[in-house]
Design a protein around this ligand. Structure first.
Ligand code: NAD
Length: 487
């Protein structure tokens, strides 16, 4: 019998229970068992975390950049030193293949701290001399104070640290909440930060549900900025709550990203990358290309080749080395995704492959679903318009570039898009006109952390990444000094 893990909040450098003494069950999606309990935090816990952060702010915000940077880099090193344990914890908590957590999630969490630990040393302000007016302006980039970071379950430590690292590097103190569905690696991060020498109270991690603990962060009158990644509906709600409090907001929300495939592309490269962009992390990446549009002349060939590749993906326990598709994150999410497969049938979609749950030997109670490919007749059908966020893609042919563009933009989301073509003029035209924050051409999920990241339309407001994130987590203050004489 497995022993139960009791997770703690991390407040003022100390691991502690929720003040209410209440707990929430935490599931292992690969076998459906409850394997941990997490604190069911309330407003009182958020207030406690805020007080710790506020008390730590004067010292942290005036710590030298060199010292701050060294602590960030030490956290990055310690994450890598703990790679194996963190990757196992992530795979167990989320259901993703251990190979993916080991190769991508945990290294990227480390890279986030390394990137912003180095980045802060290059984050400079500008000066503007007004010749003739005899004034000199300079801009101070000042930390905001106590900021809130709220993250989702799909890339747990990867996205949690993507927010926390720039916030801390810029000199803020943080109250952060990971998803209640995948709290484990955020919990483990607390100890790593202590070991790295992060002073008590600079980072506070509060576990709990969105409507209670998350909402308390958003509603807190003195938490002055919120960096949120999650669903579009939640984002809209957070924007409504934060607006009267005049908080700075960064909202990274849902996606329903087009993948435009032209006959002149590098076909073999496109096939293998499209397999990843469709089903990596069980299709639970906001950037997955879930709407696939293929030029009519190669549509039948693509269907045949793609379905054959999809059929070769092994669905299995996240800890098996050859597993390509692990478990979906929760029972309720599995039911939601299956619900969309039923909707597809009502909408006259043709299921070319998949659509059924998979019983994995030894893990019969886990949440496994076949990768699913559905040919659709209408761009406007629900499965092609609503974010499913699972291993389900739609497929549709197009005749012309103009039609492809129209189909790509005919959706309320605008996070990313992928174009497959060898025609440079087409690349330039489409990249300009596609409504998305990120466009990949002949590649997918290639990320340089210096580049801006974010969505348009209902995929969000604001940009993260590089100096965009450091700008978000600072206030720009202009100082104008009048001087005498000529300089
Ligand atoms: P979610 O919106 O349900 O939850 C995200 C986080 O918000 C969780 O920590 C949750 O507890 C919290 N939350 C929920 N209600 C809240 C409230 N009222 N106040 C404050 N916090 C609240 O999203 P999810 O299901 O965890 O994640 C999946 C979604 O995230 C998908 O829509 C996906 O596209 C999106 N996502 C977007 C990006 C991006 O960068 N654009 C990246 C990853 C995931």
């Amino acid at each position: 019998m497995q022993s139960m893990h009791y997770l703690k909040n991390y407040i003022n450098g100390v691991n502690c229970d929720a003040l209410s003494g209440k707990w929430i069950d935490n599931y292992n999606p690969s076998d459906g068992s409850v394997y941990a309990q997490i604190p069911d935090s309330s407003k009182q816990d958020v207030d406690k975390a805020y007080s710790a952060a506020q008390a730590a702010f004067p010292a942290w915000s005036t710590t030298t950049i060199d010292t701050r940077s060294k602590i960030m880099l030490r956290i990055a090193d310690l994450i890598l030193e703990n790679l194996e344990g963190l990757a196992k914890a992530e795979a167990k908590d989320n259901g993703k293949p251990l190979s993916l957590a080991t190769a991508v999630d945990i290294p990227r969490a480390s890279a986030n701290f390394r990137f912003f630990g180095n980045g802060i040393t290059q984050f400079a302000s500008k000066a503007h001399q007004s010749v003739g007016l005899n004034t000199m302006n300079y801009t101070l980039k000042q930390p905001i104070g106590v900021v809130g970071c709220i993250s989702p379950w799909n890339l747990p430590l990867y996205l949690f640290t993507w927010k926390i690292a720039p916030a801390l590097a810029a000199g803020n103190c943080v109250v952060a909440k990971p998803s209640e569905v995948t709290p484990m690696t955020a919990y483990l991060l607390g100890d790593i930060c202590t070991q790295a020498g992060l002073p008590a109270g600079v980072l506070n991690i509060v576990h709990g549900t969105g409507p209670t603990a998350g909402q308390a962060i958003v509603e807190h009158p003195n938490i002055k900025a919120i960096s949120f990644t999650g669903g579009t509906q939640t984002g809209a709600h957070i924007a409504r709550v934060a607006a009267p409090l005049f908080k700075k907001l960064s909202l990274e929300l849902g996606g329903k990203n087009p993948n435009l495939i032209f006959a002149d592309c590098d076909y073999q490269k496109m096939l293998s990358v499209t397999l990843k962009s469709s089903f990596a992390n069980q299709g639970q990446i906001c950037l997955c290309g879930s709407r696939i549009y293929v030029e009519e002349t190669i549509f039948e060939q693509f269907k045949k080749d793609f379905v054959a590749k999809v059929a070769s993906l092994k669905v299995g326990n996240p800890f098996d080395a050859d597993t390509k598709i692990g478990a979906l994150v929760s029972k309720s999410h599995m039911e939601k995704v299956q619900g969309y497969i039923e909707i597809a049938k009502q909408e006259n979609g043709t299921i070319l492959y998949g659509g059924k749950p998979v019983e994995v030997t030894g893990s019969e109670q886990g949440y496994y679903l076949q990768p699913t490919v559905i040919e659709i007749q209408e761009n406007q059908c629900r499965i092609n318009q609503e974010e499913i966020f699972g291993p389900v893609v739609t497929l549709m042919p197009f005749k012309t570039e103009a039609e492809a563009l129209k189909l790509a933009n005919d959706v309320k989301y605008g996070l990313s898009a992928t174009i497959w073509t060898s025609n440079i003029d087409r690349t330039m035209r489409l990249s300009k006109d596609i409504q998305a924050g990120i466009v990949w051409v002949n590649t997918w999920l290639n990320r340089d952390l210096r580049t801006p990241f974010g969505g348009v339309k209902q995929s969000g407001v604001g940009r993260e990444g590089g100096f965009e994130a450091l700008n978000f987590f600072t206030e720009a203050k202009n100082v104008c000094i009048s001087y005498q004489g000529n300089i």
